[in-house]
Design a protein around this ligand. Structure first.
Ligand code: SF4
Length: 370
């Protein structure tokens, strides 16, 4: 299949592995953060780490939207269905994320709450149209990739005067998370970044230029296939070997410097910045998330249902927060594969299809390879 097979070609993978082996300098370590959970899964699914020399190391980043959502926001969603009798529309990954008091949306659904799994914002709008007597809330999460469809849904609801439709907005911003990682009081040693694929189709490669300039970190926007990841690692190594720190784009088949300006316009039309937002693992980050503009307040579930701010702690022993900062790996968690499995997840990183712990579980990396 075009754009798939040629990026999984075994012979080319061997060539790239040889080039990386030759160009990674002895006595030097290359610590490359793959920001996005999709990259983490590509690395493990295709055994990319095993093809690289030991001094080229991938550090898993916070780019999994389900993983970074703090428990308090899941608690809010459960409160919505338990106390306000709404129909809650959510993506499947969120259903099994553990909330406070051993609750989850799946358990709430089993207890009779009206929680419906949707594949798109359009599904949620249809549920609202079909149930005019019920309040329908769309649990909106994700980075810049999933934000434009939420904006479209809100505009559509406004046009159709769907007054029973609201969104519980949890959209977050990639550059803010990158900044938080670089500005952390005890920053993780990172030599360069593999920039996200899908997010970058929206925000463009220019969004990362500030980090290359101000923090002297090379960044390569990388596609999701194994050869994309290997080629991007090689591009980062070449920048590091020559003391360069620029933004390069390996994923030229989808990403431009400007990004998708129409999608950016939709986001700017409907959303504005929150003063701050809590991220699992990264804590409170200023200007890192979006809320609905005043013009669209009638579609804001937080306002309509007066949702409180809930502070909640992670499950004892769960290392998700440190994993999301890149400070630990899933194999550093004692619960991995013992107490915590996909059937019985203790943290979000085991639930989400983009979570690092789910990648280790799925591809059998339950012990240290060193
Ligand atoms: S293995 Fe489970 S408990 Fe451990 S960090 Fe991952 S999600 Fe948390």
């Amino acid at each position: 299949m075009k754009y798939i097979d040629e990026f999984r070609d075994q012979a080319l993978a061997k060539q790239l592995a040889t080039a990386i082996e030759q160009e990674a300098e002895d006595g030097r370590t290359y610590r490359l953060m793959e920001f996005c959970g999709g990259h983490t899964h590509a690395i493990f699914r295709y055994g990319v780490q095993d093809l690289l020399p030991a001094n080229v190391e991938f550090i898993h980043g916070p780019g999994c939207p389900v993983c970074v959502l703090p428990i308090g926001r899941i608690d809010n969603a459960i409160e919505l269905v338990e106390q306000h009798d709404v129909i809650l529309c959510t993506y499947a990954d969120l259903l099994r994320v553990p909330a406070s008091q051993r609750k989850s949306l799946l358990k709430a659904k089993a207890a009779g709450c009206d929680i419906r799994m949707v594949y798109s914002t359009q599904d949620a709008l249809k549920i609202a149209r079909d149930n005019p007597e019920r309040e329908v809330v769309f649990f909106a999460i994700g980075f810049e990739t999933t934000t434009p469809p939420t904006a479209v849904a809100i505009l559509q609801a406004q046009t159709e005067q769907l007054d029973n439709f609201t969104t519980f907005c949890n959209h977050v911003l990639t550059p803010s998370a990158m900044q938080a990682i670089l500005d952390a009081p005890e920053p993780v040693a990172i030599d360069g970044f593999l920039g996200p694929s899908h997010v970058s189709t929206i925000i463009g490669s220019q969004a990362y230029e500030v980090f290359a300039q101000n923090y002297l970190k090379p960044i390569v926007i990388a596609g999701f296939e194994p050869l994309d990841v290997m080629q991007s690692a090689l591009m980062l190594i070449r920048q590091l070997n020559t003391n360069r720190h620029t933004v390069e784009n390996e994923y030229t088949r989808a990403v431009t410097r400007e990004g998708n300006t129409k999608a950016q316009g939709l986001m700017a039309q409907v959303f504005c910045l929150r003063d701050e937002f809590e991220w699992r693992g990264l804590g409170l980050i200023p200007k890192s998330a979006l809320k609905l503009k005043n013009e669209y307040a009638e579609f804001d579930a937080e306002l309509r249902f007066q949702l409180p701010e809930i502070k909640a702690s992670d499950v004892k022993g769960c290392e998700c927060p440190a994993i999301l900062r890149g400070a630990k790996r899933p194999i550093d968690c004692k619960l991995l594969g013992t107490v915590c499995t996909p059937e019985n997840p203790m943290g979000s990183c085991m639930v989400s299809s983009e979570g690092a712990c789910a990648a280790y579980w799925s591809y059998g990396r339950l012990r240290s390879q060193s």
